[in-house]
Design a protein around this ligand. Structure first.
Ligand code: PLP
Length: 400
């Protein structure tokens, strides 16, 4: 089928919630390159929104998925599987968490984390259920995670929201302090806001949140769904900031593209008892075999250092472009390979994205007119330089 036929079929039958999609059909990928139905190649700078950390056709990931698929894809959580136990072990051994519960997506991991926080206080006989989260945040599309998501536009059509959620400005510790009350259970925060425009919380703010939560006896939950799994040059962003959460959530890159998510918690917060929570698919053997392969690669000596190095190359390149075109790029933010270049209002990020796609690059966009760059972590320096050259050429010719 060609593009027009596939588009017509999709338009007729798919419930599109994504608006106007890019006018291409992606057919396959290799390394950091994706191909459309005409055979045109694109350097991927989005990784399926921070999912395909190892890119496409990665030998270790492909081998793990294909060999597991031949043996056992799924069997239900009524049974033990080695893959699930080993992935849980790997996650705990490399983070501050003591236990893991696997889910299928980011929203579901956050939903579970919210339930877990409420259960901690239920068990203690304390009537604490409120979650404080941040303006401009993004935590998912289920009702509870929408209530936590501090962006009205996503909620308007779905009111009323579940009770027990308060949004306060990001990076404003006093606002959090004022919002804490007798019913507060936890503060939920992205260490780096992703969908909101790649905005770093910063060490000072995250440390102050940790201190405040300890003072008030409430929990600190980090949503590391976008910032986790090596994206920032550390396995998790909070490790770069030196702040340990009580609970954190992971998804996206966890299993390299096989749908998955996870709630990770310190022992003192592992309040779920049999019957409190559950899942059919979460943590099945196929997803976990993929997760073991992904973590195996990310944890190889030099991999995270490489992410840090390539991240600085990309960031310094963007900062150079900002200096060269000060009225065109107004800010460069983020760490590792989670970067955003905020464009001037007169240069719509969507238009720049469109042009870059024509030039053979696939970047993303995010709030605040930001070009969002979340390439596969295996991107190479040559591909980064080629992208920076393309953006340079584009901005040079852009009439304001
Ligand atoms: N939390 C963050 C920080 C995210 O970036 C996302 C998705 O973009 C989610 C939660 C929701 O994840 P999912 O789309 O897998 O439900």
């Amino acid at each position: 089928m060609d593009f027009e036929q596939i588009k017509a079929l999709s338009d007729a039958h798919y419930m599109n919630t994504f608006g106007e999609r890019q006018p291409m059909v992606l057919t396959h990928g290799s390394g950091c390159t994706l191909y459309d139905e005409t055979g045109k190649a694109y350097t991927d700078l989005l990784a399926g929104i921070a999912v395909c950390a190892l890119g496409y056709g990665h030998p270790a990931l492909t081998e793990a998925i294909t060999s597991q698929a031949k043996k056992l894809i799924h069997c239900s959580n009524y049974f033990y599987t080695e893959q699930q136990a080993r992935l849980a072990q790997l996650l705990c051994e490399n983070t501050c968490a003591d236990r893991v519960f696997f889910a299928n997506s980011g929203a579901e991991a956050n939903e579970g984390a919210i339930k877990l926080a409420r259960k901690v206080f239920f068990d203690r006989g304390e009537n604490r259920y409120e979650i404080i989260s941040m303006d401009n945040s993004f935590h998912g599309r289920t009702l509870a995670t929408l209530a936590a998501t501090g962006q009205k536009k996503y909620r308007e059509a779905f009111l009323p929201m579940p009770e027990g959620f308060i949004n306060v400005p990001y990076k404003d510790i006093d606002a959090v302090r004022s919002a804490i009350g007798e019913h507060t259970a936890a503060v939920l925060v992205e260490p780096i806001q992703g969908e909101g425009g790649v905005i770093e919380g910063g060490a000072e703010y995250l440390k102050a949140l940790r201190k405040l939560c300890d003072e008030k006896g409430i929990l600190l939950i980090f949503d590391e769904i976008q910032s986790g799994m090596g994206r920032t040059g550390k396995l998790f962003a909070h490790q770069a900031y030196g702040v340990e959460p009580d609970i954190f959530t992971v998804a996206k890159a966890l299993c390299g593209g096989i749908p998955s998510g996870a709630i990770l918690a310190k022992e003192s917060c592992c309040a779920f008892k049999p019957g409190d929570h559950g899942t059919t698919f979460g943590g099945n053997s196929l997803a976990c075999a993929a997760g073991i392969a992904v973590l195996g690669e990310i944890l190889k000596p030099g991999f995270l250092g490489g992410v840090e190095h390539k991240g600085s190359l990309l960031k310094s390149g963007l900062l150079n472009l900002m200096r060269r075109y000060p009225g065109k790029i107004v800010d460069v933010r983020g760490m590792g390979l989670m970067l955003g270049a905020q464009l001037a209002e007169a240069i719509p990020a969507k238009k720049v994205q469109e042009k870059l796609i024509q030039m053979g690059f696939l970047p993303g966009t995010a709030g605040q007119n930001t070009l969002r760059l979340l390439p596969p972590l295996i991107i190479d320096e040559k591909q980064i330089r080629a992208f920076l050259d393309a953006l340079d050429e584009l901005l040079k010719g852009w009439e304001l």
